[in-house]
Each structure stands twice: as C-alpha cells, then as structure tokens.
Design a protein around this ligand. Sequence first.
Ligand code: PLP
Length: 376
Amino acid sequence: MIDFIDLKEQYNLLEGEIVKSILNVLQHGKYIMGPEVEELEQKLCKYVGVKNTIACSNGTEALLMPLMAWGIGPGDAVFTTPFTFIATAEVIALIGATPVFVDINPDSFNIDPQKLQVKIEEVLKDGKLVPKVIVPVDLFGLPCEYDEIGKIADKYNLKILEDAAQGFGGEYKGKKAGSFGDAAGTSFFPAKPLGCYGDGGAIFTDDDELASIIRSLRVHGQGDNKYQNIRIGLNGRLDTLQAAILLPKLKAFKKELNLRNSAASRYTLGLKGYLKTPEIPEGFLSSWAQYSVLARDWDIREKIRQGLKLKGIPTAVYYPIPLHLQKAFEYLNYSHGDFPVCEDISSRIFSIPMHPYLKAEVMDEIIETIIDSCQK
Ligand SMILES: *Cc1c(COP(=O)(O)O)cnc(C)c1O
C-alpha cells in the first residue's frame, strides 16, 4: 500500500531528535508557551525572512487573527479565490465581512490578478461593500504573482493577507512564501509541507504594531498582564509540544524541499504529454504541498484514478467543489458558471502521492499506471 503523504519515513529519519525534543518538554513541564515556542518563532523569522512570527493553534486561526487585528468586519469586501480550502473564505465570513471570489489563472491555479482588478472595480461601482483586503492563496505550494497583486493593493489601498498554508517553503523572486503580504498565515497540519503532530500554525509580518495586537489576540486579548483584557481575543496558542516537534523538522525542511522538487521533476518528465503537468514559471519555486495534474475531462480523470486505485495508489481531488458553490456560501448568491476557469479545473484535476521520501520505483509505477489508463 502506497501512502498519499508518508509521514512515517520522515519520523524514522528524525526519531532521535524528535523524541529528545519531546522528552525535554515533558521534563521542564512548560506545556503552554514554553521556551520551544519562542525558539521556533525566532527560527521561523529567519527562515521566512520576516521581523515577526506569532506561532498559533492552526492555519485557520493564523488567517483569522490578522483580519481581527485590522478590524475587518460587516460591510467590508475581502477578495479571494474560490479554488482553495474552505478555511480561507470561512474566516472572512466568520468576522462578518463578505468574501468576494475572483477566478483563477488556468496554469498556476492561483488568483488571476487581472480578474482581481476587474472585481475590485465592480465592488466599488456597486457601492455596497468597501474593499479592504486581498487574500491570495499559494495553492499547492506555488506562490501567487505578488508583484501584480501588490500593485493592485497599492492602487486601491488594500491589505494583503497571504494564505501560505500550503506555500511554506515556496519562493518568488528570491523571497520566501510567508513574506509577501502585510501579514501571512501558514499551517502546520501534519500533511502540509512543514507539519507537526497535531494542529499548529503561524503568522508572519514585518509590522511590529500588528504583531503586538496579534500576540494579545492570541491570549484572550490580554494587556500588560494575564488578568487585564483590552480587546476580545481567543485562545490561539501553539502547544509547546508541537513547537518542540517542529524544531527538528524545520532543520530537515530545506533538504526535504529539494527532495520534493526532485520528485516533482521526475513526475513531470514522465507524465508530460499525457496530462497537463504543473508549470512553475521563471522566478518561482514550489514547495509541492500537492502534485496536481489535469486530465482532458472528468471521465478520463475518473478512469485514471480508478486505474491507480486498483494498484493500491491513492489519489485525491483538491478541490471537487469550488467555494462559491458550497452550501455554506449559498447566501452569497453565486451560481454555476460564475467562475468558469475554476469550475472547469475542479472537474479535471487530481493529485498524486507527494512527499520528500517517494521512491523512484514507486513514482515510475505511478507514471506507468497513469499512461496505461490514458491509453485504454
Ligand atoms: C490547510 C489550509 C488552511 C487551514 O489550516 P488548518 O491548520 O487546517 O486550520 C487554510 N488555507 C489553506 C489553503 C489550507 O490548505
């Protein structure tokens, strides 16, 4: 049986360090906000290239807290992609703002900057909502086109909140994912490029004032001391144990990123011409949270997935239902046909196993099985 994402192999390699790090926490007993949390925050600042890292409980809270800190709420428009995990748009709705979806680029699967500009103009003309924030998502590990998005944000005076939950490790023009927005959120869910052994996340920002508000939000809106509460916050801390697990994993991450990129190259070499394989444009580096390909149509996709399944090779579809068609967002009154690129892609896309420790023989078997199923 082949794993879609194999976490055991990494554990086997890092077991000594991970266990030592966990035992150390059990001995010092500072389970909440222990020294490992701050150590991790410092190391993440260095890795991502930002002034502030705020470790937090998961990737969803990592997106929620910057929006709370900026005071986003009812009457505000927050622009994002419909082709993402629910959490991206969920946090916008949760604080009472309105998610405004923008169709994607068919090659990168990320938000299309031209369509973003058009949508902002539409919202302004309509006059019911005030444009406030753009939430670009670095889907499958590939950063968005931040030069273009940055220009649009400047033009309309909007904030950028980068959803780097899948992008951690990715690069654009020599800068790391997590460093592009006014703030960014990432996730350490076990299956993400950098994962812990439970839930975890982090917020990155160069804005010191924003960072200090988020630090307060993370602990029930606390002021100078524990029993002084100066704003409504939440319990958004990262467990010390998860920080302790992430430290040795972060050390191994650079090497793993190279391994993921080698695996992706092998897949692309083998599958090119049979399926639409991912294109990483000049100046970009993907962290390969997923390796996703496009079949010609729904039927062929399902035939290929079935062929793989018969050989014990798992696949997944990210995302079968675009967010504008989810029941939870029914109240936004979108319908089929609103985002044709996203809808077309969700009917043809699928992802195959991707992790740093994929063996060449396994990848070759996956490639052969796909080619066979394409030709049947
Ligand atoms: C995983 C993910 C999140 C949420 O992260 P959690 O840690 O699961 O809360 C947000 N956005 C995207 C794009 C994700 O893939």
